[in-house]
Design a protein. Structure first.
Length: 304
């Protein structure tokens, strides 16, 4: 009798799990439909990867397609730098010299504008400029410090992020339009990096480095009309943007934003959106990201 009751409970449990899975899949179909409506009339290729519900929900569109990273790779560079700091090869307070000759005039750089003669800068400061303000001079200074783009790519692949290539620094990328495609990732891989380093289950970062990078990501000042664009003003977002500009043919190859969006109850979802091969205006490209993030936010907030 007891054995029969045990089997019955097991059958009921399996049935409930199946019902929950089916309900979740149906709800994700609703979210996917909302995203499809946003993209229906857009002249662009859009890649999306969303991870929610504590990792139980995964949704993607063009999730395995290669998209140019552009400045999104500054997040990866920061992670590789912090890993070396955790191994005591450097320290956050250690100072790095940037000479006047390294303040290249054609690179976006608030650091250069504020320090026209160069100077000595703490590594923590360079990471903050590179990530929060997408500073290209600070980015390339970090790459020189840790050994170049190859070191960052190897660090990612050693941590099982396979769908990524980081070959060039900012100075080289901007020499020729097509070179941006040398640095690429997939939406799924971008979301996986966010998940892996935010969860930090394998202690990839020390407590100090973990706190520092996520504080810095929450302070990102670029691309305010992208992930943040349509969210409540008090919504907390940790994100990193990337942009290519538009070529003579009117094509924009990269309007990117990857990040973690926190819900009012402290839970969160991960979203990586890449807009490429776009004939739309920059305003429309950014709005695509904002609208996709908003319907995702509303979906998860509604399930609380």
């Amino acid at each position: 009798m007891i054995e029969g009751q045990s089997k019955l409970r097991m059958i009921l449990l399996c049935f409930l799990i199946l019902l929950t899975y089916q309900a979740s899949a149906q709800n994700l179909d609703t979210l996917k439909h909302s995203i499809s409506k946003i993209l229906a009339s857009k002249k662009a290729v859009v890649g999306i990867s969303i991870i929610g519900n504590e990792g139980k929900d995964t949704l993607s569109l063009n999730g395995d397609r290669h998209f140019p990273l552009q400045s999104v790779f500054k997040f990866h560079i920061a992670l590789a730098t912090l890993s070396k700091i955790d191994k005591r090869q450097f320290s956050l307070s250690q100072k790095v010299r940037i000479t006047k000759n390294e303040l290249l005039p054609d690179l976006w750089s608030p650091l250069r504008e504020e320090n026209p003669n160069g100077g000595m800068f703490q590594i923590s400061t360079l990471i903050q400029y590179a990530v929060s303000q997408s500073d290209n001079v600070a980015c390339d200074a970090l790459l020189r410090l840790i050994g170049g783009p190859k070191v960052v790519e190897e660090y990612m692949k050693n941590n099982n992020i396979k769908d990524i290539a980081i070959k060039l620094n900012e100075e080289d990328i901007q020499k020729k339009w097509d070179l941006m495609f040398e640095n690429w990732t997939t939406p799924k891989a971008a979301s996986e990096v966010l998940k892996k380093f935010y969860n930090n289950k394998n202690k990839l970062l020390s407590e100090k480095s973990y706190g520092f990078i996520w504080k810095t990501m929450k302070e990102t000042q670029t691309g305010e009309e992208r992930i943040r664009g349509l969210l409540p003003k008090n919504a907390i977002v940790a994100h990193k943007t990337g942009s290519s500009g538009t070529n003579k043919e009117g094509i924009t190859e990269a309007v990117n934003d990857i990040g973690i969006v926190f819900l009012p109850n402290g839970k969160y979802f991960i979203i990586s959106t890449f807009v490429s091969s776009s004939k739309e205006s920059n305003e429309t490209n950014e709005k695509i990201i904002a609208e996709i993030t908003k319907v995702t936010y509303d979906y998860y907030k509604g399930s609380l």
